[in-house]
Ligand binder design. Structure first.
Ligand code: FMN
Length: 663
């Protein structure tokens, strides 16, 4: 049964924090909101619930998918509809007596007077980058004596500034006149929040894209903005207590549990602000030179494209992605794999690459299940072992549901820093042991004593890694310096070193001579070995080996092992655990097992023989001959820095990329 609307009942729960008389007053007030995006829509709905009776609202945009994370009103049923229309409906659904003047053409010089007619307060909801319109509206408010509020969503907090009649104006505070657009944006940002509380937790600054007018934004920040702005609206409209006015501002950060009240007499002309602007300018130009080229959001039309787009997230040693794809038709494609044995000491006989290709096959199978398809693989027997060719055929799947590991393909990642030392639970181990399927078992190393033994082994093994010229050549090739993300290598920030050690390593890696000098005279391997091997080996829940029932000898054994590995790794992600491979002791042990020389350094060869015996002591007799993978896991944070992937177009063989719409 529909209840008839009644203003007093609808907003009765406001009473107590405001009086009935004040509520009646709010009912008569008109607020103008320009922009109904991230903050504007929430402003409108919050102020409507506060009982404001009249609005002038403007926005010329319609809803699209990219609005979903934060904008009130953005939902599937509203995609393509004008924001003004959708939000008017939503507000009227809360208070059907609202008087709303809508400006679907947006706010501009022609309609500005009408937009601000009879307005008691202006609340800014304009896009961060719409500086010209914002300046015009604030200037008109100052001229007409209309108080104005701007609340900016910054990270997971909100920064608020009030501009009241007769006090410092928007232009006097921000001082934008006569500056380039980039400089104006910087001035606006730093003026909004001199405290910049959000900066320490910006994890991917390549997403701040001033040039293309894009920046990251959270729903929490938008809601906080609406809460803060409505509170100040109430205080201004009802004359309730002290309202901080520019050059005073407030920044509330929910992530850091911090509240900062700032005071910048002279606004951006203040010496502290000028210094801040200088630092910000430097950081910005640095960032522009460092920024990673990212694939733009891309929706693929065919199942094969979508499957490969997901499958390219399979892991590979040093992120080499030793595969390229050739499309045959709508249901078939070919994987042209290769290995890196000719330059990578860790790719003995191409086995690491083959394991990675196995992981790719499993990922393709899982991704195909999301399209209701099953994938069949057939390796061309005649293809050489270092360039295996695998045909993939997709057919309708009989499975009723997608593979439960499907959602974890994109989230799976390598974390090389420390985890929690909390032991895995019995239930977690059971799920993980089942994930590898028949033919494989998991050997666990747990408890302080075992972890310590493994840490010692890895520490000594790392000495081999860091003192042989063959590995130096590999490291030089596979580390991308000054990078948070890397499409075809490992970004230095994901290696696991602290910033000081990283700087030293970058310097040393310029030449083998420098590395040797550091190693010989300054115990140069100590710091990286402690940070990259010893500490992480102790800081985990468990080390593990995935061991096959029979020795792994042929390419097909490694492909199958790679498939088991990927199910295991994805399952750790599903369980919320972090994961790092620890493959080099196994690889060096294999070299000694087949009496193959991998380095010119005799000492390193001898050490590898000693460590191979220790590995067997730790993981069991068959661990060197039958293990397909070794690593560590435990609960912890996902890394901020990671290897990303080559774009799909880079993974297709050029000769068959016949004008297809793959970008
Ligand atoms: C066969 C194989 C061996 C690997 N060996 C190591 C290793 O010894 N140490 C390590 O930190 N990562 C190792 N990795 C992880 C890769 O470096 C990582 O998967 C790749 O850089 C992609 O990054 P992502 O896993 O974060 O997506 C290995 C991965 C594979 C598939």
């Amino acid at each position: 049964m529909q209840q008839p609307f009644d203003y007093d009942s609808a907003f009765s729960r406001n009473i107590g924090w405001i009086t009935e008389t004040e509520q009646a007053l709010l009912r008569t007030r008109r607020i103008a909101i320009a922009g109904l995006g991230g903050v504007g829509g929430s402003h409108l709905l919050t102020l409507t619930r506060l009982g404001i009776g009249r609005f002038n609202i403007s926005d010329l945009d319609s809803f699209e998918l990219a609005n979903f994370n934060r904008q009130a009103g953005a939902s599937l049923s509203q995609v393509g509809r004008p924001k003004v229309e959708v939000l008017s409906e939503m507000a009227l659904d809360i208070n059907p007596e609202l008087q709303i003047n809508a400006f679907p053409e947006g706010v501009n010089q022609e309609n500005l007077d009408r937009f601000l007619e009879d307005v008691d307060l202006y609340v800014d909801g304009l896009d961060f980058f719409a500086l010209q319109a914002r300046r015009a509206v604030f200037a008109a408010c100052a001229e007409k004596g209309i108080p104005a509020i701007t609340a900016a969503p910054l990270g997971m907090g909100a920064a608020l500034l009030n501009f009241l009649p007769g006090k410092m104006t928007f232009e006097e505070y921000f001082r934008l006149e006569g500056h380039s657009e980039d400089e104006q944006l910087l001035r606006f940002l730093l003026g909004l929040s001199p405290a910049m509380l959000q900066m320490p937790y910006l994890v991917d600054d390549s997403r701040v894209d001033l040039a293309n007018h894009k920046g990251p934004s959270t729903p929490m920040a938008c809601e906080l903005c609406a809460g803060m702005a409505a509170t100040h609206a109430l205080k201004i409209l009802l004359n309730r207590g002290n309202v901080p006015t520019a050059p005073r501002g407030v920044h509330l950060d929910a992530f850091r549990n911090k509240l900062s009240s700032t005071w910048r007499p002279g606004g951006n002309g203040n010496p502290i602000q000028r210094l801040g602007l200088k630092i910000a300018r430097n950081r910005l130009s640095e960032k522009l030179t460092m920024s990673v080229e990212r694939e733009t959001l891309q929706r693929y039309e065919t199942p094969i494209e979508r499957i490969l787009d997901l499958a390219r997230w399979a892991p590979s040693g040093d992120n080499t992605q030793p595969w390229r794809f050739e499309l045959v038709d709508d249901t078939r494609f070919i994987i042209h794999a290769h290995d890196t044995r000719d330059w990578c000491v860790y790719d003995l006989d191409g086995r690491a690459s083959q394991t990675a290709v196995g992981a790719l096959l499993e990922t393709i199978a899982i991704a195909a299940s999301g399209e209701g398809l099953a994938a069949a693989f057939s390796r061309r027997e005649e293809s050489p072992e270092n360039n295996p060719v695998i045909e993939v055929t997709l057919s309708e799947s009989s499975a009723p549901e997608p593979d439960p590991l499907l959602p974890y393909i994109r989230a799976r990642v390598t974390q090389r820093r420390g985890f929690s030392t909390r032991a895995l639970t019995g239930a977690q181990k059971k799920v993980l042991e089942a994930s590898v399927g028949p033919g494989y078992r998991i050997v666990w190393l747990e408890g302080w004593q075992r972890k310590w033994q493994m840490a010692r082994l890895l520490f000594r093994n790392a000495r081999i890694r860091l003192t042989i010229p063959e590995a130096y050549e590999v490291h030089k090739r596979i580390i991308q310096w000054d990078a948070q993300f890397s499409e075809d290598r490992i970004p230095d920030q994901a290696v696991g070193l602290d910033p000081v050690a990283l700087k030293l390593m970058k310097w040393a890696m310029q030449s083998w001579g420098r590395v040797q000098m550091l190693n010989r005279y300054f115990a140069g391997t100590w710091m990286p070995r402690v940070q990259l091997d010893l500490i992480p080996a102790l800081r985990c829940g468990a080390h593990f080996a995935i061991v096959a029932d029979k020795p792994v000898v042929e390419i097909d054994d490694y492909l199958a092992g790679g498939r088991a590995l990927q199910r295991f790794w994805l399952t750790t992600t599903r369980l919320g655990l972090q994961f790092q491979a620890e493959m080099t002791p196994l690889i060096f042990s294999r070299y000694t097992a087949v009496s193959r020389k991998f380095t010119v350094e005799e000492r390193a060869m001898k050490m590898a023989t000693v460590l191979a015996a220790e590995l067997v002591d730790l993981f069991g007799d068959d661990s060197v001959s039958c293990s397909v993978f070794m690593g560590r896991m435990g609960s912890g944070n996902a890394p901020f820095s990671r290897s990303v992937r080559r774009t799909i177009s880079n993974l297709f063989l050029p000769r068959i990329n016949l004008g297809r719409s793959l970008k």
